[in-house]
Design a protein around this ligand. Structure first.
Ligand code: IVH
Length: 675
C-alpha cells in the first residue's frame, strides 16, 4: 500500500505538470498541442485519483481552480512593494518633456526605452511562494489591496505553479487582468439573453467579474492576464539588467506577456511606436487606453527613482479618451439614402476620441427603448476610430425630472411619406422612395441601373451633379431633360450629353418586369419583379392589388406584399409613375401573363439552357424573351432540360447536352420558337 500510494502520488504530480503545460499552450500561447478530448482524459484521470485519495490534493492542482465557496467579504492584503501609478502624458510635448527629464537625470544624450501597450483592465499582484500561486490582490490604494486569490485562480492563463524544478522562495508578478474583446461581446450577448444589464466596456466587465464574492461566477467569465512587472522577489535567476529581459523571463515562466512590447530609442522611437500602436488599436484583441514607456535599463530606473507615487523612469502616453459624458439636448430623425429613419442624438458638444462631437447615433427605436434614453438625459458617448459616434448608455442618477420620452415619427421628416417598419427589420423606413429628397440619388441610380431601365452612362457622379444642381428630382425628370441643361454641367461635353439623351430615349421602351424592379420598392428584387409582371400582366393591376391578392403569387409573402401596398399607397409615388408614363416610358403588353391567360404562354413549362455566344442576341436578351413567353432559363443541363441553345464557343454544357440527348437549338431555331 505504502509503495502504491507513492506511485499514485507520482502519477498525480506528472498529470498536474502535463495539464498545466497544456493549459499554458492553450490559454497563453493560443496553440494547443493535443485534442480537447485528450486533455479531458488527463483531467479526469487526475480528478479520479484525487477523489480516491483526497490526501493527495494540492492547492496548485489544476482541478482546484474553481470550487471554493462564496466569500462574505474580501480580506485585505498589504503590498510590501507598493503598487504605484504612472504619470500621464496627453500629447507629444509632454512626452518630449519626459524624455528630457530622463536624459537630464541620467546625464546621457539618448535613452533606450521599452514601449508597451497600456492595458485597460485592472492591476493585480500575484504572489508565488516556492513556486505555488499563494495569494493575489487588487491594487487598492497602492499599499493595501483586496485578496482576490480565489477569483484569480479561475483565470486559466495564470499559472498555479511555476514550471521550475527549483522555484524561488518568493516571486511577485504584477500585471493586468482584462477581458478580450471577443469574450466581452460574448458576455454581453449572454447578459442580454438573460435579460440582465450589459457591461459598458471590457474594463467594467473585467472589474465586475473579478470583484465577485462568489468565485463560481468569476469562473464563468473569461478573463485574461498580462504580466508587465514584478514586486517582491528573491529569485536569483531573475534578469537584473533590463526591463525587456525581465519580461522575457516572465514569459519563460509561462506568464502571458504581450507580443507588442518593443525596445526603442529616444523621443522619435517613442512617438513612432505610439503612432504604430494607435493605427492598429482597433484590431488588437484587447482594449488599451494608451502606451507605457519605461526606461529599459534597470540600473537607470533605480537611479531615476520615484516622485511621490509615480516612477520617474516611466510614463503613460494616453490615447484620447473614447468615451465622454455629456447632455442629450434633443433627438432628431435622419433619413438615409435607402430611406432608413435613424434617430440621432443632438449633444452638448463634447471632446471625445480626439474630436468635438455634437451628434451621435441612437441606431433605432428599439435601441432607444433598450437603453432607456430620454431627451435631457446625461449620456455616455463613445467614438472609437473612424466609427460613427454612438450613445452608449444613460447615467440614470442624473436624469432630470423633466426628461422627455422620444417617440419615433410615423412619417418621414424629409418628405412626409408614411414611415413603416417591417416585422423583420430593426429600422423604420420612408415609403416615398420615388420622390423623397433624401433618397433621390439612390432612387435615380437604381432606376437607371443595368437590370432596371438600363440607361447607359448615367453613373453616380453624373447623378450627383444633376441632383445637386437641381436639374432632376425624380426619375421622371430624366425624360424631360434638354440638351442645354445637361451640357451646362461641368465636365459635360455636348457629345456625351447627346449620348446620354439617346440612352434615356432608348430606355423608354422597356419591359414591365424591369419597370417594376426600377421603382425600387423595398424587398422587390429582380426575381420578384418578374413574378409580379408575369402574374399580374399590367402595372395598373399591380397598383390596385391588395395584400391578399399579392400573396396568391408564388414566393410573395406578407412582408413583400406589405412593402408593395405601402409603396403604392403613397400618392407621390403614383404621381411619379404617371409622369413616367406620360413621358413615353412603355412596355409590350403581351409580355406579362395574367392569372387568366397563363395558358396562352407557348413556352410555359419548358426549360432552356444557354451556352456559347449567339450571333446577334445577347444572353440577357435571349433569357428575357424566353421568360416573357413563360419559359424558364436554367444554369445547368439535366434530364429535365428541354432545349440547349448553342452559340459560338460553347462550354461543357454543350457536351453534356449531346451526351444525354437534349434538343439543341441555334439562334435561328430559338427565334422560330419565340415567334
Ligand atoms: S507599469 C510603477 N505597464 O497603469 C507603475 N502599468 O497608472 C507600474 N497599466 O495601475 C505600472 N498597462 O493598471 C504598467 N504595460 C503596463 C500597463 C500598466 C496598464 C496600468 C496599471 C497601473 C496603471 C498605472
Amino acid at each position: 500500500m505504502e509503495e502504491n500510494i507513492h506511485e499514485i502520488s507520482h502519477r498525480a504530480q506528472a498529470l498536474r505538470a502535463e495539464i498545466e503545460l497544456h493549459n499554458y499552450r492553450y490559454y497563453v500561447l493560443d496553440n494547443p498541442s493535443i485534442p480537447d478530448a485528450e486533455y479531458d482524459r488527463l483531467l479526469r484521470e487526475l480528478q479520479q485519483i484525487e477523489q480516491d485519495f483526497p490526501q493527495l490534493i494540492t492547492a496548485g492542482s489544476p482541478t482546484q481552480r474553481v470550487g471554493a465557496a462564496p466569500l462574505k467579504a474580501f480580506a485585505q492584503i498589504t503590498h510590501t512593494v507598493p503598487m504605484l501609478s504612472l504619470s500621464n502624458a496627453f500629447d507629444e510635448s509632454e512626452v518630449e518633456a519626459f524624455d528630457r527629464r530622463v536624459r537630464d537625470g541620467l546625464s546621457v544624450d539618448s535613452v533606450e526605452y521599452t514601449a508597451e501597450p497600456k492595458f485597460d483592465g485592472l492591476a493585480v499582484s500575484l504572489r508565488y511562494e516556492h513556486g505555488d500561486f499563494k495569494t493575489g490582490a487588487t491594487r487598492g490604494d497602492g499599499y493595501t489591496g483586496e485578496d482576490i486569490t480565489l477569483n484569480l485562480r479561475t483565470i486559466r492563463s495564470i499559472p498555479l505553479r511555476l514550471p521550475l524544478t527549483h522555484p524561488p522562495a518568493l516571486l511577485e508578478v504584477r500585471g493586468e487582468v482584462l477581458m478580450l474583446q471577443k469574450d466581452f461581446q460574448r458576455l454581453n450577448q449572454q447578459q442580454l439573453a438573460k435579460g440582465e444589464k450589459e457591461f459598458a466596456n471590457p474594463r467594467n466587465a473585467a472589474a465586475g467579474s473579478l470583484r465577485q464574492l462568489d468565485p463560481g461566477i468569476t469562473a464563468t467569465r473569461r478573463l485574461t492576464f498580462f504580466a508587465y512587472g514584478i514586486g517582491q522577489c528573491d529569485d536569483a535567476d531573475l534578469p537584473r539588467d533590463t526591463h525587456y529581459r525581465m519580461l522575457q523571463y516572465l514569459s519563460a515562466l509561462h506568464f502571458p506577456v504581450t507580443q507588442e512590447c518593443r525596445v526603442v530609442t529616444g523621443l522619435t522611437g517613442l512617438l513612432d511606436y505610439y503612432r504604430a500602436i494607435g493605427a492598429k488599436r482597433d484590431a488588437l484583441p484587447y482594449a488599451i487606453d494608451g502606451v507605457v514607456y519605461k526606461v529599459n535599463s534597470l540600473a537607470f530606473q533605480e537611479k531615476l527613482g520615484f516622485v511621490s507615487r509615480a516612477p520617474r523612469f516611466a510614463i503613460a502616453h494616453k490615447f484620447p479618451a473614447q468615451e465622454a459624458i455629456t447632455q442629450l439636448l434633443d433627438i432628431d430623425v435622419q433619413v438615409g439614402r435607402t430611406g432608413a429613419l435613424t434617430p440621432v442624438a443632438r449633444l452638448q458638444p463634447v471632446f471625445v476620441g480626439g474630436v468635438t462631437v455634437t451628434n451621435a447615433t441612437l441606431h433605432n427605436a428599439d435601441e432607444i427603448e433598450r437603453k432607456d434614453v430620454r431627451i435631457g438625459d446625461t449620456v455616455i458617448v463613445r467614438r472609437a476610430g473612424d466609427v460613427i459616434p454612438e450613445v452608449v448608455s444613460v447615467v440614470a442618477e442624473k436624469r432630470p425630472a423633466d426628461a422627455r420620452m422620444f417617440v419615433m415619427p410615423g412619417h418621414c421628416p424629409v418628405c412626409g411619406a408614411k414611415a413603416v417598419r417591417l416585422p423583420d427589420e430593426a429600422v423604420a423606413r420612408c415609403t416615398g422612395g420615388l420622390f423623397c429628397p433624401a433618397q433621390r440619388k439612390q432612387a435615380i441610380l437604381h432606376f437607371a441601373s443595368r437590370r432596371a431601365l438600363d440607361i447607359e452612362g448615367l453613373g453616380d457622379k453624373l447623378v450627383d451633379q444633376m441632383v445637386d444642381n437641381a436639374i432632376i428630382r425624380t426619375p421622371a425628370d430624366l425624360y424631360k431633360l434638354g440638351l442645354a441643361a445637361l451640357a451646362s454641367l461641368e465636365r459635360m461635353a455636348e457629345k456625351s450629353a447627346g449620348n446620354i439623351l439617346r440612352a434615356i430615349e432608348k430606355s423608354k421602351h422597356t419591359t414591365l418586369a424591369r419597370f417594376i424592379y426600377a421603382l425600387g420598392i423595398r424587398n422587390v428584387g429582380e426575381a420578384t419583379a418578374k413574378e409580379l409582371a408575369a402574374h399580374l400582366g399590367s402595372l395598373d393591376r399591380l397598383i390596385e392589388a391588395d395584400s391578399e391578392r399579392l400573396q396568391q403569387i408564388p414566393d410573395i409573402g406578407p412582408v413583400v406584399a406589405q412593402s408593395i401596398v405601402d409603396f403604392f399607397a403613397e400618392s407621390h409615388n403614383r404621381e411619379v409613375i404617371e409622369q413616367l408614363r406620360a413621358c413615353g416610358v412603355h412596355w409590350d403588353e403581351h409580355e406579362g401573363k395574367s392569372a387568366q391567360n397563363s395558358l396562352a404562354e407557348p413556352l410555359s413549362g419548358k426549360t432552356f439552357v444557354l451556352t456559347g455566344t449567339l450571333p446577334t442576341m445577347s444572353r440577357e436578351e435571349a433569357k428575357e424573351k424566353i421568360e416573357a413567353l413563360g419559359g424558364k432559363v436554367s444554369g445547368s443541363v439535366s434530364k429535365k432540360t428541354d432545349y440547349v441553345v448553342v452559340g459560338a464557343d460553347p462550354g461543357s454544357k454543350y457536351d453534356k447536352a449531346v451526351s444525354i440527348g437534349i434538343t439543341l437549338l441555334d439562334q435561328e431555331g430559338l427565334e422560330a420558337l419565340l415567334k
